[in-house]
Design a protein around this ligand. Structure first.
Ligand code: 13P
Ligand code: SF4
Length: 354
């Protein structure tokens, strides 16, 4: 929907008044009405790197979800304040792994005599607490654009990986990129005693996958891939690695949001694409490339927006920018120092991956 011209003018005026004091970051899944005000856009890896690009900016307004704002706080100076325009913009996947559950899982691994060999690898889409756990136990963070390199690194440190919290990214990377078999992976269910696994199963596994998933990407199905191939002959199916393994296995290309954008930029005129990722991004890409004769469709019309990404709308952005312009620091995301120090260790291991 077109943005309200009055709100657009207010956002512009508040941003102008703040000048260099504010740095606005926008994830690719944000609404058009919001992304137009981002100084930098990116996938979660690019935004983690770019967050520190403007150390002079007093405020970093993060148009994305809570775990991204936490990561930005961890990776930027103590005098920089990270603001999330709506505090209810969480992530259902990140919520699937709590600090208590993960501590309990580590106890299970310790009792089984396996903790020494296990390296935690946590997806960026996790709370700062989980990142701190990861740093404390010698592990690294990964995103969908460096998961292979993170797993390669982890298997140099130990012979098992505990992958948190997205089972699909963990499984897809292990099988597609590392050549493991599905049998090398087990799923740890935090709602069952011992994760629902026997000590023998834990001992035999190379990848211990946390039972988490993305509520948006988890809904694309093998049927949607088959249907679109029937409907659009010659279509290229391009999906995000948070999709289920059977969807990823049936797709032609798999990658992060940044990868998806680059693939479409490089695609020849006349090519046809079905994209399995969040709808704001797919719609924006379809519009952007319409003039270049690239047909871009959403992989499954029954899948909708990420509801928490969509919480950041223009009214919330205007409110945040106007508040800051008036000297009121609102919705600050601040990770406590101890959590930050261990979480930073894990994030820096990711940033140092070859
Ligand atoms: P990327 O931007 O890293 O591809 O992540 C997708 C996602 O689900 C973010 O919430
Ligand atoms: Fe979380 Fe999925 Fe939304 Fe990303 S798209 S913020 S992983 S629920």
């Amino acid at each position: 929907s077109p943005s309200d011209p009055d709100l657009v003018a207010r956002a512009r005026a508040a941003k102008e008044k703040l000048g260099d004091k504010v740095f606005v970051l926008g994830h690719h899944y944000q609404r058009d009405e919001v992304i137009q005000f981002a100084d930098v856009t990116g996938d979660s890896f690019k935004l983690a790197k770019d967050a520190a690009a403007r150390p002079d900016a007093e405020y970093i307004v993060f148009c994305g979800v809570h775990f991204m704002a936490e990561s930005a706080d961890i990776l930027t100076g103590d005098d920089q304040k990270v603001v999330l325009p709506d505090l209810a913009a969480g992530c259902s996947m990140a919520d699937m792994a709590t600090a208590e559950q993960v501590a309990e899982c580590w106890d299970v691994l310790t009792e089984a005599g396996l903790a020494e060999q296990v390296v935690p690898v946590s997806y960026m889409n996790s709370s700062a607490d989980i990142k701190a756990f990861t740093g404390k136990h010698g592990g690294t963070i990964c995103t969908s654009s460096n998961a292979k390199r993170a797993l390669d690194w982890a298997f140099e440190q130990g012979d098992k990986v505990l992958f948190l919290p997205d089972q699909h990214l963990g499984r897809n990377t292990a099988v597609r990129d590392l050549g493991m078999s599905l049998d090398d992976c087990v799923v740890y269910n935090p709602h069952k005693p011992n994760g629902g696994l026997t000590v023998e199963q834990l001992r035999a596994a190379k990848m211990i996958l946390w039972r988490g998933h993305c509520s948006v990407h988890g809904r694309f199905s093998l049927d949607s891939v088959n249907d679109v191939r029937e409907r659009i002959p010659g279509v290229n199916v391009l999906v995000h690695p948070e999709c289920k393994h059977e969807v990823v296995a049936a797709a032609d290309y798999v990658g992060s949001t940044e990868y998806i954008i680059k693939a479409l930029e490089a695609a020849p005129a006349g090519s046809k694409w079905a994209i399995g990722t969040e709808l704001n991004l797919v719609r924006r890409l379809a519009n952007r490339f319409a003039d270049e004769d690239k047909e871009i469709v959403f992989l499954d019309k029954t899948v909708c927006f990420c509801s928490t990404m969509n919480r950041i709308d223009l009214p919330h952005l205007v409110w945040a920018l106007e508040s800051l312009a008036e000297g009121n620091l609102v919705n600050r995301i601040q990770v406590d120092q101890e959590t930050e120090s261990f979480a930073k260790l894990a994030l820096e291991r990711m940033l140092a991956l070859p």
